[in-house]
Design a binder for this molecule. Structure first.
Ligand code: 5GP
Length: 192
């Protein structure tokens, strides 16, 4: 963290497939004051995903136990699976005097907003169009047809929440979008 007293909490949300994970990784690579918050999830790991790196993969029983014990800042059920940000993973990042980058949905963003003491900057990433999003989901070959259909059905509901964010960016071209995001980040780091 530069001269900030409070860590910056950068929230990136988007309909799935809009490029938010790529953008999160690019922010982290370009500015090592940022650490990505590793969420807990009950969904199964994808072939390239590593436990403890991409997510903490847990059973539903374990997730509900952690939830019951009040150990999450926020959580949501998305496409039938639970996702949540544990208080301990954020504490680890802030204890290291690092800024936090959240890759979470609108439900999580809404819950984090209730913690007024957090230095949140919320950015919503949009794909250029619904058609383009569908093309990307098919091209990334990560989901079966049913999952793509579910993600596309969630699209309109997801984007209705863009009004609750500080910034809305269109990811037409990943480098341009990344540059816009970097400008937002440096502005907030400077004012911090
Ligand atoms: P995926 O299963 O594709 O990795 O993620 C599905 C959605 O869950 C994405 O929109 C992602 O941002 C969101 N997500 C991931 N982790 C969390 C979390 O801890 N909390 C919330 N609310 N959403 C999350």
């Amino acid at each position: 963290m530069t001269k900030s007293t409070k860590p910056l909490m950068l929230v990136l949300s988007s309909p799935s497939g809009a490029g938010k994970t790529t953008l999160s990784k690019k922010i982290q690579q370009s500015d090592n004051s940022f650490e990505i918050s590793v969420s807990h999830t009950t969904r199964n790991p994808r072939p390239n995903e590593v436990d403890g790196v991409d997510y903490h993969f847990v059973t539903k029983k374990n997730f509900l136990k952690l939830l019951d014990e009040g150990l999450f800042y926020e959580h949501a059920k998305i496409f039938g699976n639970f996702y949540g940000t544990s208080k301990s993973s954020i504490k680890k990042i802030t204890d290291n005097k690092h800024n936090v980058l959240f890759d979470i949905d609108w439900q999580g963003s809404e819950q984090l907003s209730k913690f007024k003491e957090l230095n949140l900057v919320k950015v919503f990433i949009l794909p250029p169009s619904k058609e383009e999003l569908e093309k990307r989901l098919i091209a990334r070959n990560q989901d079966d047809k049913e999952a793509i259909k579910r993600r596309m059905l969630a699209y309109s509901k997801d984007i209705a929440h863009k009004k609750d964010y500080d910034y809305v960016l269109i990811n037409d071209n990943v480098e341009n979008c990344f540059n816009e995001l970097k400008k937002i980040v440096s502005k907030h780091l400077k004012n911090n």
